[in-house]
Write a protein that binds this ligand. Structure first.
Ligand code: ATP
Length: 201
């Protein structure tokens, strides 16, 4: 069974995934893996060079993220094209990864833009991690040594949290008021129960 987990910037997706990992559930971190694939998947590398130019890579093959960011800044068409290259590559890679997790009752795939990319359609269940905006800004500013304006600018590009919750099967409230561990345990138990049906399908 495939479970997707999402949430806005700083909502606590990674923190929640670490708890699932502690319970033995394998987690695919799509954003981290996407960066790796952009540097190592030959088909993707060729596509990116064609779209952005050979300067998208350093001499040693490393990804020149600053150059790519500049090339797509304010160019929505190029950004869309880049997404159309990267998203299918990640979808394929995560599918292969999922199939390799033989002993796991279910797997988790974590991504910031899940509904936005349409990748939620490949999942059996979706979880959204929710935290109030002010808390998210405070946490990200502290974590990244950034400023509230740049965090807000990134938030503005994401789907509203209410919409993500509406489209999800489960919501985890990471607002400092509810116990994360209890919420994860409840969902984990439910997913273990459901995964038995999937195993016998
Ligand atoms: P991003 O979208 O930027 O990848 P994220 O959704 O994965 O973020 P995390 O990195 O898990 O979010 O959390 C953001 C920051 O807030 C981290 O520094 C994390 O340690 C902290 N944090 C998350 N949840 C809590 C919590 N319940 N209490 C205290 N700090 C928290």
């Amino acid at each position: 069974m495939k479970v997707g987990i999402t949430g806005g910037i700083g909502s606590g997706k990674t923190t929640v995934c670490k708890i699932f990992e502690a319970l033995g559930i394998p987690v695919y971190y799509a954003d981290t893996r996407a960066k790796w694939l952009m540097a190592h998947d030959p088909v993707l590398v060729a596509g990116i060079k064609q779209l952005i130019g050979t300067k998208a890579y350093f001499g040693d093959g490393g990804l020149n993220r600053a150059f790519i960011a500049e090339a797509i800044f304010g160019n929505n068409e190029k950004l869309q094209k880049l997404n159309h290259l990267v998203h299918p590559a990640v979808a394929e890679d995560s599918e292969r990864w999922h199939n390799a997790q033989k002993g796991a009752p279910y797997t988790l795939k974590e991504a910031a833009l899940f509904f936005e990319s349409g990748n939620d359609k490949a999942m059996d269940k979706m979880i959204t991690v929710f935290a109030p905006e002010a808390l998210r800004i405070q946490r990200v500013v502290e974590r990244d040594q950034s400023n509230p304006e740049s965090v807000r600018a990134r938030m503005d590009k994401q789907m509203p949290e209410e919409e993500k919750i509406r489209r999800s099967d489960y919501v985890i409230h990471n607002d400092g008021q509810h116990s994360l561990i209890h919420q994860v345990m409840d969902i984990h138990r439910e997913l273990l129960r459901l995964s038995q049906h999937y195993a016998t399908r």
